[in-house]
Design a protein around this ligand. Structure first.
Ligand SMILES: [Fe+2]
Ligand SMILES: [Fe+2]
Length: 169
């Protein structure tokens, strides 16, 4: 049985992961509207990843006999000033999520919940990848700058991204 405070904190994080998915889907819609379908594809895949992060929390709560409680998801922004602004937002958002995951780990450690701490380490590693991929695309977008052929090449590259569901334990 999971500690009640821990279960509540995981339910809040489940909502945050769904919000992340919502945010990236909104960014996908923004890119569809600017005819950058490769960027839109990258964001769609990112949204799928976030849903899989949420489901991993969902499954853990069920596994530990805790109740999954779904709450209202905040509406994401719908407009950004530029492609660079979108990826600055993604990078900042992922750094914020890393902070949330670290807080969950702090809580698990403070109540000696080693099982949850162990479970959360998957997210700790995942956030390293998330920050790396967000800052990687941000750097490339900055390099392309105002050069439309550079941006179109990047659009082609991001169009090849496919979703890989996380391995089942
Ligand atoms: Fe996530
Ligand atoms: Fe993420």
């Amino acid at each position: 049985m999971l500690d009640e405070e821990m279960a509540n904190a995981i339910n809040i994080q489940l909502n945050a992961e769904l919000y992340s998915g919502y945010l990236y889907l909104s960014m996908a819609a923004y890119f569809e509207s600017t005819d950058l379908s490769g960027f839109a594809n990258w964001m769609r895949v990112q949204a799928q990843e976030e849903l899989s992060h949420a489901m991993k929390f969902y499954d853990y709560l069920v596994q530990r006999g805790a109740r999954v409680t779904l709450t209202e998801i905040e509406a994401p922004p719908t407009e950004w000033d530029s492609t660079i602004a979108v990826f600055e937002h993604v990078y900042e958002h992922e750094q914020m999520v890393t902070g949330l995951i670290n807080k969950l780990v702090d809580l698990a450690i403070s109540i000696s919940d080693h099982a949850t701490n162990n479970f959360l380490q998957w997210y700790v590693a995942e956030q390293v990848e998330e920050e790396e991929s967000a800052s990687g695309v941000l750097q490339k977008v900055k390099l392309a700058g105002e050069d439309s052929s550079g941006l179109l090449m990047l659009d082609q590259e991001l169009g090849t991204r496919v979703f890989h569901p996380p391995a089942q334990e």
